[in-house]
Design a binder for this molecule. Structure first.
Ligand SMILES: [Zn+2]
Length: 492
């Protein structure tokens, strides 16, 4: 298999191995697995506060050329710093058949392994989040005084010399008008018309998106809010994404209120409803169960099928038997995609909730097994190292006695190299042992029980690791789960 190597060094993370060390590991790993190295990408001395990773982006781009089938990294946290980034880029390169391989963390395709990988990724993310949390501390202190932390304040507010928010009456009247018009049922275009000649806080003319952000800004309801967004890099571009709810600071009554809480809530309920309508209209025809659905009548695969039908041109999205579709040789009914997807996801969620202890044990056992293999490997390496040390000291004895010979020197160099290789293998095997505890696994599972709230790609990944097949009959559906995780129990 042709692979690309990626090494990254963060200057402010003392726990990171040097680029040289990473590359040594990686090259040795490729040798052992008989991978051929197509290209090497290195981002050096990149700070954790600086998201600029030129070689990384180049590599993601090169994935399209299909000059390598996998990207090998020393540890998963070298590939991406958080799960969001990781999922995004993995999905991106998967389109071109490229996967990510970690040299230190060994994974296969079993459900236990997939979950374990996520647990370890989650731990890396936690570590990196802890770092940035330290950095945020100072800023948060400012935040608790409800002071402005920089940037342009929103329309309707000025900042006084103590960095406190004060109301700008003229601008506040514009804000009030925008909320009132929206509540009265006016669309964004109508509201825009009424704002002709007026300017936003940054001196621009109003746009639909500026109105949208005004309507959603909790500050107008008097809520001081801090750390709502974080900056990430997606596809090489900086982007603000919503922070985890637990990292957002909200202080009610923290700043002077322009819109009453009641009006603010009404407006935002309405916005949410409109957004959902828009979303379901726009929803792409993604089929979570692709490849898993079988026709119960003829055994063919069932595939996604969508279009419009009837006089009202009603849109439909379904799974359809391929024999029915192609040869009209089957009579099985199509099944609504949303209904079937929901059925399967709810079943997995139920299994995950009800069998959480069994699942936790199974994953934990798997990680222990991995550790046991590592222990055996360690014993072998250590024994070899012992032998080599003895040989080296024997040769040194001979040399010390004055019997120096060129062949001895060669032998010594050879042994020293072998010794280095073994020491490296020992180090590698030691760090390969995971520090996963039952508590960590369970906490992770609990945090990830709500599959329906996950992105399409994540859902697909989870469904694929838990579901063997979904068989659709005319009057019922059989969901066959992957056995390994759930068998051996006494049921519900
Ligand atoms: Zn069929």
């Amino acid at each position: 298999m042709k692979v690309a190597l990626y090494a990254r060094y963060s200057s402010d993370n003392q726990r990171t191995e040097s680029i040289d060390a990473q590359l040594r590991y990686l090259k040795d790993f490729c040798k052992q697995n008989q991978y051929s190295i197509a290209k090497i990408y290195i981002d050096e001395a990149v700070s954790a506060t600086n998201d600029n990773r030129p070689q990384f982006l180049q590599m993601i781009n090169d994935s399209k050329l299909q000059i390598f089938e996998a990207i090998v990294v020393h540890k998963l946290d070298r590939f991406a710093r958080n799960r969001y980034d990781s999922a995004f880029y993995k999905q991106e390169i998967k389109k071109y058949g490229v996967k990510v391989i970690s040299a230190l963390e060994k994974f296969d395709d079993s459900p236990e392994s997939i979950i374990l990988e996520s647990v370890i990724e989650g731990m890396n993310e936690y570590y990196s989040a802890n770092l940035s949390r330290e950095v945020m501390k100072g800023m948060k202190e400012t935040a608790y005084d409800c002071k402005h932390t920089g940037g342009t304040p929103p329309l309707g507010y000025d900042i006084d010399e103590n960095k406190k928010y004060i109301i700008n009456e003229f601008e506040a009247s514009i804000v009030k008008n925008i909320f009132k018009m929206y509540l009265d049922g006016n669309g964004y275009s109508k509201i825009l018309d009424s704002l002709k000649g007026l300017k936003t806080k940054t001196g621009n003319t109003f746009s639909k998106s500026s109105i949208n952000s005004i309507l959603g800004n909790e500050k107008y309801a008097g809520i001081y809010i801090f750390n709502k967004y974080k900056r990430v890099v997606v596809n090489g571009r900086k982007k603000n994404i919503l922070n985890d709810e637990k990292d957002i600071i909200r202080i009610e009554g923290g700043i002077p209120q322009i819109i009453s809480t009641e009006v603010f809530n009404k407006v935002n309920k309405k916005r949410e409803e409109n957004k959902n309508k828009f979303r379901s209209y726009k929803a792409k025809n993604n089929y979570v169960l692709t490849g898993l659905v079988k026709c119960g009548l003829c055994g063919s695969n069932m595939v996604g099928s969508s279009g419009v039908e009837g006089r009202n041109k009603r849109k439909y999205v379904r799974y359809k038997c391929t024999a029915k579709k192609n040869k009209k040789s089957c009579n099985n009914k199509d099944i609504n995609r949303d209904v079937l997807d929901k059925m399967v996801i709810e079943r997995i969620e139920k299994e995950m909730t009800q069998n959480i202890d069994r699942l936790t044990n199974s994953i934990y056992k798997y990680s222990q097994q991995k550790n046991k293999t590592s222990d055996n490997e360690l014993k072998i390496y250590e024994k070899k190292l012992n032998d080599i040390n003895k040989k080296i000291s024997n040769i040194l004895d001979v040399i010390m006695q004055g019997n120096f010979h060129a062949s001895l020197d060669n032998k010594l160099t050879e042994l020293e190299n072998e010794k280095q290789r073994l020491e490296y293998n020992i180090e590698k095997t030691k760090s390969n042992k995971s520090s996963v505890t039952k508590q960590k696994v369970k906490a992770f599972l609990v945090a990830h029980q709500n599959i329906s709230t996950k992105t399409f790609e994540e859902q697909k990944r989870i469904v694929n690791s838990f579901v063997e097949s979904v068989v659709v009959y005319e009057d019922h559906v059989d969901i066959n789960m992957v056995v390994s995780v759930y068998n051996g129990g006494e049921g519900n």
